[in-house]
Ligand binder design. Structure first.
Ligand code: SF4
Length: 619
């Protein structure tokens, strides 16, 4: 593709898709066909158009949703509308795995070949073979449907409401509208995600939560119990009690409660949430932003999806509380592109909350105004890193920024920003309804509160589990049911580490897993039996990091490639025959850990190292 404005024209469909997002062009400078007298006297676009750079990613989605891929003409038109150099837009579009700049079918089926699905029998396309007419089939990293693996995601391009052009019930069944949902904004294209051979509605009946209905649950107590489309049902089950208490306390006291409760981030870094909020609230620069990181992409993680699909108002309420505490009037919810159901439930919930005075101006008559905008990711694991996520929203490649400055000082659009993930935010509700002391009494002194665990792989009851911090790995796997052939457990996902079946007494706390030389990460617990060879899983981990490295720094860009090459070489070797490559892996792993800019490179060797040292892989 040419990297400057070319002569390619957008099709009517592409022009419609972009204009539906940006409005019709006001002048020939912005891509209108007819040049008016006014156009000859002054130029339009310029700075005002460039200020809309953050609409580049939604614009790329608009094109991809409508046509199924992004043509040169479509990209050029979008660039003219936003005054973005085509070379830069090309760099952004090619950053995301869900976009294609080559023609493909309107129906795309993405088949998950990641760890949890591999353990349940999914195989890469190179081994699958076979083509389906009218459908493009692609391999995909984890789709976040691990509890019902193996999984596929079907994306059908087209105009809103248009019937699908290429129905193929065998390989890509037509998506059904979710029961009882009437999205506030119609979806720009038909898009569905389903576990293979299952009905879409199953995702909303609580099957993902084997403990559903247990009165001891705190975070999951409404999932599978309330109607996620009903604000009244949410309120009948205690919804908006926490927000009322927050308004009664005031922002400073809310931050104090969160700090006293000992709440720390649940994404893996375990940073104290109260400290982050305090630092953001104290910044003199304005506006302040709140960003909800709903881009959970760690292989094996699906907790945020289950929360958003099953209890969407809880996220809306907790984001409102967080914004109130840090002084933000605008919140962005950055949602994984692979979560269409969550998008529909959240769009509906946000629309309802707005209509009922729970978002927008003067919420509950308290003089506080706040609204939430959903931004869709497009398939890039690295966008789960907070500064990469900011770049993605701003319309740039999702590459992590060097820190400092930290996001609380200069985050989204260079302004003070509090960024929290979904599980962290929904924990704020029990902090306020139970009170800080009662919340802190749950778990252990250093790991307070309840914790969600995504259990998948070789277990008889996979799903999302809630336990207080301090329960052991054995307690958790006892609930999920493990086979006699259990070979290993992967904690924390691809960036985590393996432990042995004789280590089930590891306490599931930040300090307990650290002491045991492993990590809790984002709460992934993937049970592995003998059915899949360990070297194959390690190769998948290495391939994942090689694919997902943003390429910005050398240790990670080169190291992830070298790691994969070495693992290929020793896939069938043991002992002395593998020793030289294992020594190389250790060197490369150390370099990545010491010198990479962000957590991806620093953690890319963790799982392989633990498999070698703990499980005796290749011995
Ligand atoms: S560590 Fe990897 S993902 Fe992170 S900035 Fe460097 S190249 Fe990019």
């Amino acid at each position: 593709m040419d990297l400057r404005f070319g002569d390619s024209k957008p099709t009517d469909e592409e022009r419609d898709a972009v204009d539906a997002l940006l409005g019709p062009p006001e002048s020939a400078w912005e891509g209108a066909d007819d040049r008016s007298d006014a156009d000859l006297r002054w130029a339009r676009g310029g700075r005002a158009a460039r200020d809309r750079r953050d609409l580049l990613l939604p614009g790329l989605h608009a094109l991809n949703d409508r046509v199924g891929w992004i043509s040169e003409g479509g990209l050029d038109y979008l660039c003219r509308r936003l005054t973005v150099p085509p070379a830069e837009a090309y760099g952004v579009a090619t950053f995301y795995s869900m976009f294609s700049l080559k023609p493909r079918e309107r129906t795309v089926v993405r088949v998950c070949t990641d760890l949890a699905c591999a353990v349940r029998g999914a195989v890469p396309s190179a081994e699958r073979g076979g083509a389906v007419a009218g459908v493009t089939v692609e391999d995909s990293p984890c789709l976040g449907l691990c509890e019902r693996a193996p999984a596929v995601l079907t994306i059908r391009a087209g105009a809103p409401g248009a019937p699908p052009r290429t129905p193929n019930r065998r390989s890509a069944p037509r998506p059904q509208a979710p029961d009882g949902l009437s999205p506030a904004h119609p979806a720009p294209a038909e898009i569905s995600a389903r576990p293979a051979f299952e009905d879409e509605a199953e995702g909303r009946r609580g099957e993902a939560v084997p403990q559903a209905g247990d009165p001891a649950l705190i975070l999951l107590r409404r999932v599978g119990v309330v109607d996620p489309a009903s604000l009244d049902d949410y309120r009948a089950h205690g919804g908006y009690t926490a927000l009322r208490r927050a308004f009664a306390l005031g922002p400073a006291a809310v931050i104090r409660e969160v700090t006293d409760a000992g709440l720390v981030g649940r994404g893996g870094a375990a940073f104290p949430t109260g400290r982050k909020w305090q630092a953001t609230a104290a910044q003199p620069d304005h506006p302040h932003y709140l960003v909800c990181n709903a881009d959970e992409s760690e292989p094996g993680t699906f907790k945020d999806r289950v929360l958003m699909e099953g209890d969407p108002y809880a996220l809306v309420e907790s984001m409102t509380i967080a914004a109130y505490a840090v002084g933000a009037r605008h919140g962005y919810l950055y949602l994984r592109g692979e979560y269409p159901r969550a998008r529909r439930t959240l769009e509906h919930a946000i629309g309802e909350a707005r209509a009922r005075g729970l978002l927008g101006e003067d919420i509950l008559g308290q003089g506080f105004s706040f609204d939430i905008e959903i931004r869709r990711g497009a398939g890039a694991y690295i966008c789960g890193e907070e500064t990469a996520l900011f770049n993605s929203i701003e319309g740039y490649r999702g590459e992590p920024r060097s820190k400092p400055p930290f996001p609380v000082e200069k985050g989204l659009f260079g302004k003070p920003t509090a960024e929290n993930n979904v599980e962290t935010l929904v924990n704020v509700l029990p902090v306020l309804t139970l009170g800080a002391a009662a919340y802190a009494a749950i778990g252990t002194p250093k790991s307070t509160g309840p914790k969600l665990f995504c259990v998948s792989g070789a277990v008889s009851r996979p799903g999302l589990y809630e336990l207080p911090f301090g329960a052991t790995l054995g307690d958790l796997l006892g609930l999920a049911g493990t086979p006699d052939t259990l070979r290993a457990i992967l904690l924390g996902g691809a960036a985590g580490g393996f432990v042995r079946p004789d280590e089930l007494d590891i306490p599931l706390t930040f300090e307990g897993t650290r002491e045991a030389g492993t990590t809790l990460g984002s709460g992934v617990v993937l049970a592995i039996d003998d059915s899949v060879p360990l070297p194959r899983l390690l190769l998948r981990v290495a391939e994942f990091f090689r694919d997902e490295s943003c390429g910005q720094c050398v240790p990670c860009r080169v190291g992830t490639v070298r790691q994969e090459e070495a693992l290929h070489r020793i896939a069938d070797r043991r002992g002395a025959a593998a020793a030289a490559d294992i020594a190389l892996l250790r060197d490369v792993g150390r370099a990545m850990r010491d010198a990479s800019i962000c957590g991806l490179g620093q953690a890319a060797w963790n799982a392989v190292e633990s498999a070698i040292d703990r499980l005796g892989a290749y011995a």
